[in-house]
Design a protein around this ligand. Structure first.
Ligand code: N01
Length: 846
């Protein structure tokens, strides 16, 4: 029988590989072999030794969090550590945890081959050896394969040529030399500002000006550093659960939400704090071009203040891409460097680099003589380093084939068909948009949990199912284009900085909270979306979200949304009122609030007498108002060509059942008697409601029948039907998204009050015969989905004409989100299609 040499092979000894060895070897008791191409540990911080290299996330945050000892024992000397300090830190961690003994250094992995019969990977290395392992943890890094620019003649250069991404370990003396720097990304900017006043002459070759903003680095006094180390819980706060993995204060939701002077104050404050605070100013920065432009213009103005020569300032000012759509670099006196006599800026857009010659660089028609060329031209990000290792998975399919059209994986960590292989900070995750060390720890932990699950089940393999992977790819490719990140040209976020690389979505911009919830749900649902040996579990609800709905949910979670049942009535009311921001509106609709009624009428600008829709808003019987659905009702009136009568019904718990039902029934009675006075046709009335409003509408439809109020239809948008309903969906979506089963129960309790009359509370309890035709709309990811659909069945059984339509990927509440969720508009259209024939003047009720 074939044996396997190790439980796990770890590739790379950077942040990922070091933690992985510790996790698997020391915590899980597995046998581990690590391979590292460099001669020592450090990964990125081993290779990128160029002058000025440092992290741009504060050191105390850009470090491991898994060990209390490590947190306390290491004291950072600067707010943002330099490369040499970061390398010393990783070396110290390696020694502190005795990790080096598990690695072989200066050994490069040359291929990975899955062997199905043995259920292990065969790993070949450039020292000619092969080894086998049940699992492979790839920690090759997202920014580790340098981009090689195709400048002709690079080999002919007779001076010194350096890459920022593989800077020599020994000292490079640039004093007094004529130096060229190509590239003005984060690396180029760090080099330029560091060497500008030390070299004899510096020529900067810039293609795209960047939004570089102050880093505000400073040394940290030993006492303060010690305090931060010992109080790391306090200093780091709940970073992990935050959107970007940093304990930065909540953002203003949008620049549009604050007056101009307040915007300026927010931006000034973030500018003065430095670093990523500026990215964190407005919640919709990366979604709303107007907000983004406020920040972009602010930065442009600040650049103009700092550069003496207006022509140079213009060249350094970005105008061709939105702020932060290329990863924003941070600087210290970068712009002032261009005020020095010995620094020149060459715009390679107007004068492209034509060749490197033995003595320098020719850009356009000008030759620049230099002694040193520094290439800071970036990386083949996210996929380059993985694809550099020939990797063959199940059925002989190679990773190179699999990713030929762009990266594919599940949850950003596991590639279907490549079992037992985990890719840390690979593509299609929140990578690069979240604090990297924390992301690494969470992904390694996830891989470790997967391995434990396989072990506990007595299985041998774990592999994402093709179906789950496709869901994930669809989700990422649906979310990414909605973001401004998708708009930048030459950005490594889209793969466009590398010729011939598939372009598209490489990251999933949803923030930490939703991403971590997906991990948790995957595990809680029995490794949903994975096959463990041949035990397959379908992907979990959050992975099945419609992309636009996922973004709404992500934004809610990013701004601190808690499980709904935890909110007080007052808070639920405030939440509901905030819902107007999610609704599209329509012009050409006038409103009236007839005296003595609880109604707001929406009358579209149409001729003739119009059908009437009596609409009851959602809000769990305890929240919502005509204001909270005002844009929605305008839109409905316009879309349906109907007078919409929105009912301001009385809310529980102050007014328990049947107050609200009476109010909706009164509204039906009123439109029958007075609708014509406002352009409505009392013969063509429909009752409609959303969520709890749909529950009320369903009961009111029964009351209307009893009171002989004619109804052409009832439209029930995901109605809750019965308190305590126990269905598949109430169990599967007990924790949401958004509506939870616990919150639903809490709302019912408040609504029912002391002595509820069953037939006035739950539509299921009434007589279902002779009711108006019903449209029941449900959404897939909703605890009330099944009870609503079952109600449709009961109506049908009672002889009522029923159409039930389920919308996949949406969650309870999305019907109102017409401004953000295109599929919500589809729901509205389905209402229109249902009502148009039933509102026809000649229509005879079935
Ligand atoms: O690479 P980049 P980087 N002709 O791709 C230019 C992280 N990082 O190494 O924009 C002329 O950003 C290219 O021009 P253009 C950080 O995440 C972190 O600087 O394509 N120019 C661009 O100006 C960062 O985002 C730190 O028009 C050419 C530059 O080269 C990521 O690493 C420090 C060219 C490449 O910029 C990558 O940064 C450093 C050509 N043919 C890096 N090809 C920290 O502070 C490319 N360019 C933690």
């Amino acid at each position: 029988m074939q044996t396997t040499d190790h439980d796990v092979v770890v590739i790379g000894a950077g942040f990922s590989g070091l933690y992985a060895v510790h996790k698997f070897r020391d915590q899980l008791g597995m046998t581990v072999a690590g391979f590292e191409a460099a001669e020592g540990v450090g990964g990125t911080w081993w290779w990128n030794r160029y002058p000025g290299a440092r992290c741009d996330i504060e050191s105390v945050h850009y470090s491991y969090s898994f060990s209390d000892d490590i947190q306390r024992e290491w004291h950072w000397s600067e707010r943002y550590a330099r490369q040499d300090e970061l390398l010393r830190y990783l070396e110290w961690v390696a020694d502190r945890l005795d990790l080096r003994r598990s690695f072989r250094f200066a050994v490069r992995v040359t291929s990975l081959q899955w062997e199905e019969d043995a259920a292990h990977w065969r790993i070949s290395t450039d020292d000619g050896a092969t080894t086998t392992a049940r699992y492979v943890l790839s920690g090759v890094g997202g920014l580790s394969k340098p981009k090689v620019p195709d400048f002709p003649g690079v080999d002919t250069f007779e001076g010194e040529l350096y890459w920022t991404s593989s800077w020599p370990a020994e000292d490079v003396d640039l004093t007094g030399k004529r130096v060229a720097v190509v590239g003005t990304g984060a690396s180029g900017i760090q080099v330029i500002q560091e060497i500008a006043d030390k070299v004899g002459h510096l020529t900067v070759f810039q293609r795209t000006p960047n939004y570089a903003t102050p880093l505000k680095n400073h040394s940290v006094a030993p006492e303060r550093s010690k305090w931060l180390a010992h109080n790391w819980h306090e200093a780091r706060g709940n970073s992990f659960a935050s959107p970007i993995g940093l304990p930065y204060p909540p953002q203003a939701p949008s620049a549009a939400a604050v007056p101009a002077d307040e915007r300026r104050r927010i931006l000034d404050e973030a500018w003065d704090k430095g670093g990523l605070y500026l990215v964190n100013t407005f919640g919709d920065m990366m979604w709303n071009p107007e907000t983004n432009e406020v920040t972009a213009q602010y930065i442009r103005d600040r650049i103009a203040e700092r550069v003496d020569d207006p022509a140079t300032a213009r060249l350094l000012t970005p105008t061709d891409h939105h702020y932060a759509t290329k990863r924003p670099p941070f600087e210290t006196n970068y712009y002032e460097a261009f005020n020095l006599d010995q620094v020149d800026l060459v715009d390679v857009r107007s004068a492209p680099i034509r060749a490197v010659t033995p003595t320098g660089i020719t850009a356009g028609d000008v030759h620049h003589d230099v002694d040193v060329i520094i290439l800071a031209t970036g990386f083949d990000v996210f996929t380059g380093a993985s694809l550099a290792i020939p990797t063959t998975g199940r059925g002989g399919v190679t990773l190179q084939q699999k990713w030929s059209g762009g990266p594919r994986n599940y949850l950003g960590v596991q590639i279907s068909g490549f079992p037992n292989l985990f890719n840390i900070i690979g593509p299609l995750s929140i990578v690069a948009l979240y604090n990297t060390p924390l992301l690494i720890e969470a992904q390694v932990d996830f891989a470790a949990d997967a391995m434990l699950e396989v072990r506990d089940r007595g299985a041998r393999t774990i592999d994402a199912t093709p179906q789950a992977e496709q869901r994930w790819v669809d989700l990422v490719n649906g979310v990414f284009p909605i973001s401004l990140w998708s708009t930048a040209t030459n950005s490594w976020f889209t793969g466009a900085n590398i010729a011939d690389k598939p372009q598209g979505a490489y990251v999933l911009p949803i923030g930490g909270p939703l991403y971590w919830s997906m991990y948790e749900q995957t595990k809680a649902n029995g490794w949903a979306g994975f096959a463990i040996d041949d035990q397959v579990t379908p992907p979990p609800p959050l992975v099945r979200l419609d992309p636009a709905a996922a973004l709404v949910l992500a934004n809610m979670l990013n701004s601190g949304f808690r499980p709904l049942e935890e909110y007080s009535v007052e808070e639920v009311r405030a939440l509901n009122e905030g819902g107007v921001a999610l609704q599209a509106s329509a012009g050409g609709v006038r409103t009236l609030e007839p005296e003595g009624t609880r109604l707001r009428l929406y009358v579209p600008d149409r001729t003739g007498s119009l059908p009437i829709v009596v609409f009851a808003h959602g809000g769990g019987f305890v929240a919502g108002s005509v204001d909270s659905v005002d844009p929605l009702c305008r839109d409905l009136a316009d879309r349906l060509g109907a007078v919409v009568a929105s009912v301001d019904y009385r809310l529980a718990p102050e007014h328990p059942c049947p107050s609200a039902v009476e109010d909706v029934t009164d509204a039906l009675r009123w439109v029958r008697d007075h609708g014509a006075e406002f352009g409505g046709d009392p013969e063509r009335v429909c009752v409609m409601g959303e969520s709890a409003g749909a529950t009320l509408a369903a009961v009111a439809a029964q009351r209307a029948r009893d009171l002989a109020i004619p109804l052409r239809a009832q439209v029930l948008v995901y109605p809750a039907i019965a308190p305590g309903a126990d269905t598949d969906s109430s169990r599967e979506f007990a924790d949401g998204p958004f509506l939870t089963t616990a919150a639903g129960r809490k709302f019912w309790d408040m609504y029912l009050g002391a002595e509820p009359a069953p037939e006035l509370a739950s539509p299921r309890e009434g007589d279902l015969h002779g009711l108006a035709p019903a449209l029941v709309l449900t959404v897939e990811l909703d605890p009330v989905r099944d009870e609503a659909e079952q109600y449709g069945e009961l109506l049908r059984a009672a002889g009522v004409e029923v159409q039930t339509t389920r919308f996949d990927g949406l969650f309870h509440g999305t019907f109102v989100m017409t401004a953000l969720v295109p599929r919500a508009v589809e729901m509205h259209e389905s209402v229109r299609e249902f009502l148009v024939p039933r509102f026809a003047t000649e229509h005879t009720p079935a």
